[in-house]
Design a protein around this ligand. Structure first.
Ligand code: 5AD
Ligand code: SF4
Length: 439
């Protein structure tokens, strides 16, 4: 979502004469868009600010030009005052809900001489105030993100999102459809709908509330849109109609990111996730019945406060039962202000390390096994660029793996059939099917 937000900030600034540059050394303005989800991400902000400070000071010395330095995103939202105290050379701090006000804030900084903070949760919806996004720059821009929902009301024990992104809100259907149409007109073939709780989407359409499944059905009628994905979802909002849409909506890719976090009912309860491990297993069974070729991706946290060896083994068991194609796993990181941060029974770092290593070894095995299971199959590949070697092109499978194969650059932008023949660590190799050439 930060990638999407950064692009929209660039859109807002374009009418003021700003355009992207290749290096921070050449920039009149630098906006550091930040993430607060784990301590490591948040700490990076301060080291990165130190690096940028050096660059801007050198630029001032050698060219006499000043650089406007802003910090945006969730660290800005949560730690705005601390940022200005620790890095007083920062001109502007702005939260994720106020970037539509950037032009006005830039003017305010000019008047105040720096040190402006805007971390309100404004009553106006920022999407109503953003300009239409600029068309993607090149023909290779075949995939795009599109934010349809933001914020979260679920308050998982470990998570800062409800505090930094605010309450759950959905964009109206017409605004989403307009943006999707513009993207497709500019050449985009695949859209990933974004939201912190994207499957809780409930945008309005002609006075009534529309679900994600219904929105996807409307998107399906946009001519030229070939692939649709969404992330991130919550198991609690995985309603039957959405599961059925995976069977009925042909533009839905057979790949779903559905974070489970833990396989222990005790820890799921402590996390305030609102479902059990078996309920998660049941959702996966129904998804696989609806769409047999579906592959699953997930997020895991090890070492949530109170997690015992037995709880961790339950997570390992869930992974073995479900089998995942791709996953993200993290050591629990205490975030200030969240309920879990203040709980007793914090798990020691070395225990977290050992658990994470075991979990990641199992997950890696499953990812390799999934990739191997595609050998010999024919997959639809959205060709996006020329490949590593001359004469090769590359594209993405429905499961987002990069696939390299011999082919003409004129295939770029098309979905073609490729037989998968080789497996490398992070990519696959294949051979273009004859019939794909005839189409
Ligand atoms: N510690 C570790 N991981 C976290 N995540 C969210 N908050 C924390 C935290 N405090 C992980 C969750 C979530 C993903 C985006 O980041 O797994 O799904
Ligand atoms: Fe955070 Fe996701 Fe839980 Fe919301 S549902 S609190 S975004 S982990």
């Amino acid at each position: 979502m930060n990638v999407y937000d950064s692009a929209r900030m660039a859109d807002v600034l374009r009418p003021l004469g700003y355009a992207p540059v290749d290096r921070p050394e050449n920039a009149d303005m630098i906006i550091l868009n930040t993430c607060h989800i784990r301590e490591k991400a948040a700490e990076k902000v301060f080291s990165e600010l130190g690096r940028l400070r050096k660059i801007t000071e050198e630029r001032k010395e050698t060219t006499g030009k000043s650089t406007f330095l802003a910090v945006a995103g969730c660290v800005a939202q949560a730690e705005g005052k601390e940022i200005l105290a620790r890095a007083p050379y920062v001109d502007l701090v702005l939260g994720p809900q106020t970037y539509h006000r950037l032009p006005e804030m830039v003017a305010r900084v000019a008047r105040a001489g720096g040190g402006v903070i805007d971390t309100d949760f404004p009553v106006e919806a920022k999407f109503d105030f953003l300009p239409e996004e600029a068309a993607p720059q090149t023909s290779a821009n075949l995939t795009a993100f599109l934010t349809i929902q933001e914020g979260c009301d679920k308050f998982c024990s470990f998570c800062v999102v409800p505090y930094t992104r605010g309450a759950e809100t959905s964009r109206p259907v017409s605004s989403v459809l307009d943006e999707a149409k513009r993207l497709v007109e500019s050449g985009v073939k695949e859209i990933t709908l974004l939201g912190q709780n994207v499957n809780a989407y409930h945008g309005t359409w002609e006075g009534r509330s529309v679900t994600l499944a219904e929105l996807a059905d409307k998107l399906r009628s946009i001519h030229g849109l070939e692939r649709l994905r969404y992330m991130t979802s919550h198991p609690r909002d995985m309603e039957e109609t959405l599961i059925e849409a995976h069977r009925d909506n042909p533009i839905f890719m057979p790949f779903l990111h559905l974070p489970v976090q833990s396989g222990s009912d005790r820890i799921l309860k402590a996390m305030n996730r609102g479902h059990t491990a078996d309920e998660y297993r049941n959702i996966i069974t129904r998804l696989r019945q609806a769409r047999p070729d579906i592959a699953l991706s997930s997020d895991f946290i090890v070492g949530h406060p109170g997690e015992t060896d037995e709880d961790f083994e339950a997570t390992m068991q869930l992974v073995k039962d479900v089998t995942f194609a791709c996953t993200y796993s993290f050591k629990y990181s205490a975030r200030p202000g969240t309920p879990a941060a203040g709980q007793p029974f914090q798990v020691p770092e070395d225990v977290k390390d050992r658990r994470l290593a075991r979990l990641q070894a199992l997950l890696r095995e499953q990812q390799d096994a999934f990739n191997a299971s595609l050998l010999g199959t024919v997959q639809d590949i959205l060709v996006s660029s020329t490949g590593r070697k001359p004469g090769q092109v590359m594209g993405r499978s429905p499961y987002l793996q990069p696939v390299h194969f011999e082919g003409d650059p004129s295939l770029i932008g098309r979905v073609v059939k490729v037989r998968i023949t080789t497996q490398r660590t992070n990519s696959l190799g294949g051979v273009l099917c004859e019939e794909a050439l005839a189409v």
